[in-house]
Design a protein around this ligand. Structure first.
Ligand SMILES: Cc1cc2nc3c(=O)[nH]c(=O)nc-3n(C[C@H](O)[C@H](O)[C@H](O)COP(=O)(O)OP(=O)(O)OC[C@H]3O[C@@H](n4cnc5c(N)ncnc54)[C@H](O)[C@@H]3O)c2cc1C
Length: 274
């Protein structure tokens, strides 16, 4: 079963909500006065966007909690779902139950990872799950409740979610789960949530990046070994490299520009003629 992520709904006017949340903090105007000014265009759409853009460069994050997104997520494994529900703040989950849902004829949907397929071991996995399905069916037929028969089911079993998440929490989830260190399935779900948000509010969607993204921390805080192994490491600095540079600067050890550099600067052919 393929992973599916659908944006069901979101704050009716995310940019206005965010603008009003920030503006209320920094203005003598009441929220009602701000709303009226948006209504009669004394505050234009362009002004709202620019104000938000500036605020998003700061650490004032609580207004981001006032914008929410609702997603339907299906075709994910229970291996994924256990990681997903570890996120505790600013997100509400409803997940398909294995107590109230009994798999008909024992047939449960499951995910076979690409690595298993590539190793040619998918048939063995499917054969084992076929036997699990058969025993599950026998247990249910013997009167064992689904909540106990499910003890047979593997991490690969698929599940579905309906979630609501606020923008601040979604940023945090993407910080962690778009990182190449996160599990492939979670990276896929986070990438699909990002692309759904990009379709409706690209002004906010573009901030959904891994934590090393230029609109987030901008550097990698994983181990240097992991950073070196990361394909994105080629374009993002590691935090230790930044500190080493900063320390060298404080000790006055950064090499000053010398005559050789100035000679290069003065070269005629440095810039291609247009
Ligand atoms: C690459 C990777 C590997 C992982 N490996 C493991 C593993 O091996 N074992 C394992 O158990 N988990 C593992 N996790 C899960 C991880 O430990 C977190 O539980 C999960 O990522 C949720 O993150 P969070 O706590 O930052 O998010 P949230 O729960 O959404 O929290 C959001 C923010 O609020 C803060 N916060 C939330 N609750 C509290 C609180 N009670 N007190 C203070 N601050 C709070 C958090 O620190 C965070 O900054 C892994 C996660 C990743 C990304």
């Amino acid at each position: 079963m393929a992973i599916q992520v659908t944006l069901i709904s979101h704050s009716p006017d995310p940019l206005r909500s965010l603008y009003m949340a920030y503006r209320t903090c920094y203005s003598q105007l009441t929220p009602k006065q701000i709303l009226d000014r948006i209504g009669d265009d004394r505050i234009t759409d362009a002004q709202m966007r620019q104000f938000i853009e500036e605020r998003l460069k700061t650490g004032h994050a609580s207004p981001l909690e006032q914008v929410w997104f609702e997603f339907g997520i299906s075709g994910v494994s229970r291996a994924f779902s256990h990681q997903f529900v570890r996120h505790r703040v600013g997100i509400s989950f409803e997940q398909q139950s294995q107590r109230y849902v009994t798999y008909k004829e024992g047939e449960f949907p499951f995910t076979v990872p690409e690595t298993v397929r590539k190793a040619g071991m998918a048939p063995q996995m499917e054969e084992l799950f076929g036997r699990v399905a058969q025993l599950y069916e026998e247990m249910v037929a013997a009167g064992i409740p689904a909540e106990d028969a499910r003890f047979l089911l593997p991490n690969a079993t698929n599940t579905n979610f309906k979630i609501t998440v606020n923008f601040q929490s979604l940023l945090h989830i993407c910080d962690l789960r778009l990182c190449t260190r996160a599990q492939w399935e979670f990276r896929k779900v986070a990438a699909l949530m990002r692309s759904e948000v990009m379709k409706v509010v690209p002004e906010l969607g573009k901030y959904l990046q891994p934590k090393c993204g230029e609109l987030r921390m901008g550097y990698c805080d994983e181990s240097e070994k992991d950073w070196a192994a990361c394909p994105i490491g080629r374009v993002r600095p590691h935090k230790d490299a930044l500190f080493r540079l900063y320390d060298a600067h404080r000790r006055g050890e950064l090499a000053p520009l010398g005559e050789a550099e100035f000679a290069v600067i003065e070269e005629h052919d440095l810039v291609e003629p247009r």
